[in-house]
Design a binder for this molecule. Structure first.
Ligand code: FMN
Length: 207
C-alpha cells in the first residue's frame, strides 16, 4: 500500500491570485490521495488599506473561512507548498513574518527532512518570478528541507515556462489565474505528492 502523505499548502494573497493557485494545488494534492491542509498566513496591513482596494477586500472576504497557518501545520506535514505574490522581487512581508515565527520549531529540527516547494504571482512579465521563488527556497534550505522544483518534468511546464515553481503573470491585476497557470499548479502538486510519498516509503524501508 502507498504511504499516506500530509500536505500543507500555506500562502499569502492580497488580491486573490495566489489564493486561487493555492486552491488548485490543494485540490490536486487531495485528488492524488494526500491529506491536505489549506492555510493562509495572517494579514499585517491595516484594515483601511485592505478596504481601500476592492480586489483586496473581496479576497479577504472570500477567504475568511480559511484557517490561519500555525507551526503545527508544518510539523504535521510531510510536504509543504508555499505561495506568495512577488513584492519588489521578493516574498511578501506577511509570509516572511510567518516564517520568522518558526524559529523554535526549526531549532528542534522539526522542519527538516520534509519536501518543500513554492509558487508565486507577479504583476509584470519579468518582475521577479524566479527571484521570489529562489528567495523562498533560501528558507527551505535553512529548514533542512528537500526542495522539489517542478523543472520541466511535465509537458504543461513548457507552457508556464518556470522550472522553479508555478508562477502566474496577472498583468497589473487584469489577468485572472488561467488554464496555463492551473495546469502548472496541478503538475507541481502531483510531483510534490509523488516525491513526498517516495521519501516516506524510503524512510520506512530504512528504519
Ligand atoms: C507592494 C507591491 C509590490 C509588488 N512588487 C512587484 C514586483 O516586484 N514585480 C511584479 O511583477 N509585481 C509586483 N507586484 C504585483 C503583485 O506581485 C501581483 O499583482 C500579484 O499577482 C498579486 O498576487 P495576489 O493577487 O495573490 O495578491 C507588487 C505588488 C505590490 C502591492
Amino acid at each position: 500500500m502507498e504511504p499516506r502523505v500530509n500536505v500543507a499548502v500555506i500562502y499569502y494573497s492580497a488580491t486573490g491570485h495566489i489564493a486561487e493557485i493555492a486552491k488548485e494545488i490543494a485540490e490536486t494534492a487531495e485528488k492524488a490521495g494526500a491529506e491536505v491542509r489549506l492555510r493562509k498566513v495572517a494579514e499585517l496591513a491595516p484594515l483601511a488599506a485592505v478596504d481601500a482596494n476592492p480586489a483586496w477586500a473581496a479576497n479577504a472576504a472570500a477567504t475568511a473561512d480559511i484557517p490561519l497557518a500555525t507551526a503545527e501545520d508544518l510539523i504535521w506535514a510531510n510536504a509543504v507548498i508555499m505561495g506568495s505574490p512577488t513584492r519588489f522581487g521578493n516574498i511578501s512581508s506577511q509570509l516572511k513574518q510567518f516564517l520568522d515565527t518558526l524559529g523554535p520549531v526549526w531549532q528542534q529540527g522539526l522542519l527538516a527532512d520534509k519536501v518543500y516547494s513554492g509558487f508565486t504571482s507577479t504583476g509584470t512579465l519579468h518582475g521577479g518570478h524566479e527571484s521570489t521563488l529562489l528567495a523562498l527556497s533560501h528558507t527551505f534550505h535553512h529548514f533542512g528541507g528537500i526542495v522539489v522544483a517542478p523543472g520541466y518534468t511535465h509537458p504543461d511546464k513548457w507552457r508556464d515556462g518556470n522550472p522553479y515553481g508555478t508562477s502566474h503573470y496577472d498583468a497589473g491585476g487584469t489577468q485572472p489565474v488561467d488554464d496555463t497557470t492551473r495546469a502548472a499548479a496541478r503538475a507541481q502538486a502531483d510531483r510534490v505528492v509523488k516525491v513526498a510519498r517516495a521519501v516516506r516509503a524510503g524512510s520506512a524501508a530504512g528504519s
